[in-house]
Design a protein around this ligand. Structure first.
Ligand code: PLP
Length: 414
């Protein structure tokens, strides 16, 4: 049996899995909802909804402060969620800073790691396929330090070229920050090879894992990066959750970004002593219920098996690409051989927003616009695209409905 057949053999019953997501039973404009915007935010299974609900109904208290029963339960559940998340990505819980998402995680690195280290002449290398969350924080730091932000080109097929990356990793580059998976093209970047090239030159790496974790098994420890940032709401968890993983030496050396309660060991006007990482970076009351919900999301995804999720989404993606390729005047952006279930497309003569608005009337939810990736839009010479993004809970029948809706809408707009 091939590896793929082997995986398919033990796969979950996807029709049953879909019923775990209450929102997918909805109708929109009198039609069954076809939700194709999971790259924007993922839907939540009942296990996550119930966990958050149970926390507020039975256990609600602040963490790491009170010795009473509810306080202890809340702390155990919150730290338990950190431990689950750490196991999911194969790192130590103590090296995982819980954040409100990727944006906060990257900003934490920008202000705590980069700001004190960068100076005139230094370069932060990013790529043309970054989300604004992995561009703007570096520009803000560059403005204050005199450093420069440079961007690695993307090929016509929507990939990063390893030789171009080698050439761009010059001695002035102090940090190479790039995405694991493109939120516009779906391209899966060769993270290990890129990190190896950077490490050989003594360059620190940050990987934006926002669009990787929802779709595949990620073993952060095996990637060879210095920082890995991700967000919880795209991987079945609540909004306002996520994490930054960093090598211990960086966490030890970095000063705190926010000051306040819980990030200290002792406060005196003469001198304040900070807590150990990761708590040193977690000032104030965190998103307790959200992260406990994210712990439930990780349990849920682990129960499905990320290999099964990846195989299921690869099948759905192949179907979607085939369906889109059959539509006249439609152009798919990027053709990387290794891609996650995100597809951007344009229809000749139709504005992406008009297309998305008319698709919504058919019950089909896709995103339109620049997808927080202006430089990538510019690279491909477009102002906006429509983006359909899949998750394991989508069905082949939904892809047929989507393709039929695009056909119909294209006729209306032509
Ligand atoms: C690749 C990528 N990076 C960063 C982000 C920002 O994530 P968040 O808004 O959850 O912080 C997103 C969200 O769309 C993304 O797709």
């Amino acid at each position: 049996m091939s590896a793929r057949a082997d995986i398919a053999a033990g796969a979950p019953d996807w029709a049953a899995v879909r019923t775990d997501f209450p929102v997918l039973e909805r109708e929109v404009h009198g039609k069954p909802l076809v939700y194709l915007d999971s790259a924007n935010t993922g839907q939540k299974p009942r296990a996550v909804i119930d966990t958050v609900d149970a926390f507020f109904r039975r256990h609600n208290a602040n963490v790491s402060r009170a010795v009473h029963t509810l306080g202890t339960e809340a702390t155990e559940a919150y730290e338990g969620a950190r431990a689950k998340l750490a196991r999911f990505v194969n790192v130590r819980p103590d090296d995982l800073v819980l954040t409100s998402g990727t944006t906060m995680a990257i900003n934490l690195v920008a202000y705590s790691w980069a700001l004190p280290r960068l100076g005139p002449g230094d370069v932060v290398l990013v790529t043309h396929m970054e989300h604004h969350a992995n561009i703007v924080p570096w520009q803000l730091v560059a403005q204050r330090t005199g450093a420069t932000v440079r961007a690695l080109e993307v090929t016509d097929s929507g990939e990063l070229d390893l030789d171009a990356a080698r050439a761009a990793l010059t001695p002035e580059v102090k940090l190479f920050a790039f995405t694991h998976v493109s939120n516009v093209l779906g391209t899966v970047n060769p993270v290990r090879a890129l990190c190896r090239e950077a490490a050989r030159r003594g360059i620190v790496t940050l990987v934006d894992g926002s669009q990787a974790l929802p779709h595949r098994q990620v073993d952060i420890a095996a990637l060879g990066c210095d920082f890995y940032a991700f967000t919880g709401h795209k991987m079945c968890g609540p909004t306002g959750t996520g994490a930054l993983w960093a090598r211990r030496e960086h966490l030890e050396a970095m000063p705190p970004f926010f000051g306040g309660g819980e990030m200290i060991r002792e406060v005196a006007f003469e001198q304040t002593v900070f807590n150990d990482p990761p708590h040193k970076f977690e000032a104030g009351t965190p998103n307790i219920a959200g992260h406990i919900g994210l712990g439930a999301a990780v349990d849920y995804l682990s129960g499905l098996g990320m290999d099964h999720v990846e195989a299921r989404e690869a099948e759905l993606r192949a179907h979607a690409v085939e369906a889109l390729d059959g539509i006249d005047g439609l152009r798919v952006l990027g053709r990387a051989p290794e891609a996650a279930a995100v597809i951007s497309f344009l229809v000749e003569g139709a504005h992406a927003h008009d297309l998305a608005t008319l698709l919504d009337l058919e019950g089909v939810a896709v995103r339109s616009g620049h997808h927080c990736a202006h430089p990538l839009m510019k690279r491909f010479g477009v102002a906006a695209t429509c983006r359909m993004s899949l998750a394991f809970y989508n069905t082949h029948a939904e892809i047929e409905r989507f393709a039929a809706a695009v056909h119909k809408v294209r006729g209306l707009l032509a």
